[in-house]
Design a binder for this molecule. Structure first.
Ligand SMILES: Cc1cc2nc3c(=O)[nH]c(=O)nc-3n(C[C@H](O)[C@H](O)[C@H](O)COP(=O)(O)OP(=O)(O)OC[C@H]3O[C@@H](n4cnc5c(N)ncnc54)[C@H](O)[C@@H]3O)c2cc1C
Length: 594
């Protein structure tokens, strides 16, 4: 039986009522699309996720992967699903039509991934990485390489990877050792990469690795890193397959979760036979790769949120069926479903608010990313570029960490059964943990937010956020039902901005103290954004009730917003106080005293 659950009404409420996503069709690139077509795409993506991807979750977990003689064998159902995924256009739904994309708004890639990752996280990494790798080739490679590689990756004939990490280069890529030796119009790649997701498998005839390496003689540090295309099997000029390209997989990791996603050690050029092609400009490889990494960071937030979403909905279904204990107020005779217990209801309402708030935060960022990409050059475009810049580390870190917390709370709702394999929750909990670790750990995200995003362009990303949240607050201060919560939001926002200014100063004057509290600062920003998004949904629900009368759906939106705001504001204020501490235990604790 399928495990994946999704509440379509919640999804469409954000897309239509909150964001008016149909308005994207007014942008030049989407002139030929209308809102109805977008609605159909969403519904079809949900159907595909339920029909084709959902069954892979259990198959992947029970059958797992086999590794023999450098080859990874996946369950056969994975190959069939990957082929269909490509042929039906899901890999490149939001890419330009020139190389085989479907031309939908960029935001739809995020929305589609919401369902595909929710249905089977370990599988969906394969098409998602393929999309990212193909997009790098599409964006940076020479025309002849684009023509050969991109269409085959977009339609799922070949897959793609991102090869950054090395044994001694994880968070710090400046030290990577993989080397590219110039040889005519191409390079010979030599080196080892670790932790490469879907680095070896049997889903496709070829795997196209996007590899960070240092051209022999290039400068030290990040300014000497270039990006290369290194196929597993060499590709002849007519696009047909040639000899193996000396890329070998020496092992796959045994992991806590993601059991059906191979995490590989890849060796490039062990026999000096790995040919690679430069993708983009020499020594600009890390900056190029960041185009993919930024997308991948948002997708990591999507994974955290969507696993939280299906975990919440699974827990909700269980709490309606499980009969245990008496009603605390004696309202009903006999034993009652556990959803009647206030402690269970508290967890359900918190999870509901978290899921809806995170989804709104992510979809809002995705909507802004279309405006940032597609508006003509000017102030408005720059505003959205700054906003998405600011939101990326928040979406990545908050939604991944909180995805884990929500999955853990969902397990709690099921009692002992939540800990058992009969229900999908224990797997969600194991699978979701990786999100806080890869694509830049959450500690690194917090430093990016409180460092780079506060500094670049005189703090333009932070100022864009400030402007946007103030616009919301100022237009809703006298709201008849939500006024109290809006005033609280204003109070907390002002404190938060003052804290950000103080931390900006500390970054220079006392970097140890600054770095000790970047993570709670990221949480304080994230929770403030959650409150903002939930109150915005509540405002829309309130207007709908005014127009059409009471309705449980809208009551839910208002209740979750007032509940979440009231219970979260004290936590935000406490975090702000924490970040402003002057005591220096973290920085000055002797190592031997830990
Ligand atoms: C399942 C899985 C799949 C992966 N897939 C891929 C993939 O497809 N491609 C790829 O290239 N990589 C991949 N990775 C690698 C992943 O991106 C790295 O594991 C991650 O970047 C962290 O690097 P590390 O493990 O070396 O940890 P480290 O860098 O050693 O970090 C350890 C801890 O120290 C902290 N830390 C490190 N440096 C600093 C600093 N300067 N300031 C503050 N704190 C710091 C970190 O936040 C972390 O908490 C994958 C990893 C896993 C486990």
């Amino acid at each position: 039986m399928g495990h994946f659950k999704v509440n379509q009404r919640d999804i469409f409420f954000i897309l239509k009522d909150q964001l008016n996503y149909g308005s994207l069709c007014n942008l030049k690139r989407y002139e030929s699309i209308d809102e109805k077509t977008l609605d159909m795409l969403v519904t079809e993506a949900i159907n595909f996720a339920k029909g084709v991807i959902d069954p892979l979750q259990e198959i992947g977990e029970t059958q797992g992967l086999q590794f023999n003689n450098g080859k990874v064998k996946c369950p056969p159902e994975f190959k069939k699903a990957f082929t269909q995924y490509g042929q039906d256009g899901w890999i490149a739904a939001a890419r330009d039509t020139e190389y085989g994309g479907q031309g939908f708004p960029h935001m739809m890639r995020i929305v589609i991934n919401d369902f595909m990752y929710g249905a089977c996280q370990p599988f969906n990494m394969a098409p998602s990485l393929t999309h990212g790798a193909a997009h790098l080739v599409e964006h940076f490679a020479k025309e002849e390489l684009k023509k050969i590689y991109v269409p085959k990756m977009f339609d799922g004939k070949w897959s793609g990877t991102m090869c950054l990490t090395e044994a001694d280069s994880g968070s710090n890529l400046a030290t990577i050792q993989t080397t590219a030796f110039r040889e005519g119009d191409h390079f010979r790649i030599k080196g080892s990469k670790v932790f490469i997701s879907w680095g070896e498998h049997d889903l496709t005839d070829n795997i196209i690795h996007l590899v960070l390496a240092r051209i022999d003689g290039a400068p030290e540090g990040v300014d000497g890193i270039s990006l290369f295309i290194a196929p597993k099997i060499r590709v002849l000029p007519d696009g047909s397959l040639g000899e193996p390209n000396d890329v070998s997989c020496s092992s796959i990791e045994e992991k806590m979760g993601l059991h059906s996603s191979p995490t590989c050690v890849l060796n490039f050029g062990s026999h000096d036979g790995c040919i690679g092609y430069l993708c983009g400009v020499e020594n600009k490889g890390l900056a190029h790769m960041f185009r993919m990494i930024n997308m991948a960071r948002i997708n990591t937030g999507v994974c955290g949120m969507t696993l939280a979403s299906t975990a919440y909905l699974n827990a909700l279904a269980y709490t309606k069926e499980r009969i245990q204990g008496k009603d605390v107020a004696g309202r009903k005779q006999g034993n009652v479903p556990i959803i009647d217990h206030p402690d269970i209801r508290r967890m359900l309402l918190w999870m509901k608010s978290m899921v809806d708030g995170m989804r709104s935060m992510i979809y809002t960022g995705a909507f802004w990313s279309d405006l940032a990409e597609e508006l003509p050059e000017g102030e408005e475009k720059a505003h959205y570029e700054n906003l998405i810049n600011f939101m990326t580390p928040i979406i990545k870190a908050y939604c991944s960490d909180m995805g884990f917390r929500v999955c853990e709370t969902a397990v709690q709702c099921l009692g002992g059964y939540g800990y058992c394999k009969d229900y999908p929750l224990e797997q969600y909990l194991r699978d979701v943990k990786i999100m806080s670790l890869y694509e830049g750990t959450n500690g690194i995200q917090a430093m990016d937010l409180m460092g780079r995003k506060m500094q670049i362009n005189q703090g333009a990303p932070f100022l864009a956020f400030k402007k946007e949240i103030e616009k919301f607050c100022n237009s809703n201060t006298s709201h008849p039902q939500l006024g109290k919560q809006i005033h609280e939001l204003i109070r907390v926002k002002d404190r938060l901005c003052a804290m950000a200014d103080e931390m900006k100063n500390r970054m220079k004057s006392d970097p140890l103290q600054w770095a000790s509290y970047t993570y709670p600062a990221l949480l304080a920003f994230s929770e403030t954004i959650m409150i903002w998004r939930l109150l915005d949904m509540a405002r829309i629900a309130y207007a709908a009730v005014e127009k059409a009368g009471e309705n449980d759906f809208y009551t839910g939106k208002i209740n979750q917003a007032t509940f979440f705001t009231d219970i979260t504001i004290p936590h935000v204020l406490a975090k702000i106080e924490t970040c402003l501490r002057t005591e220096r235990e973290i920085a000055e604790m002797p190592d031997s005293a830990f």
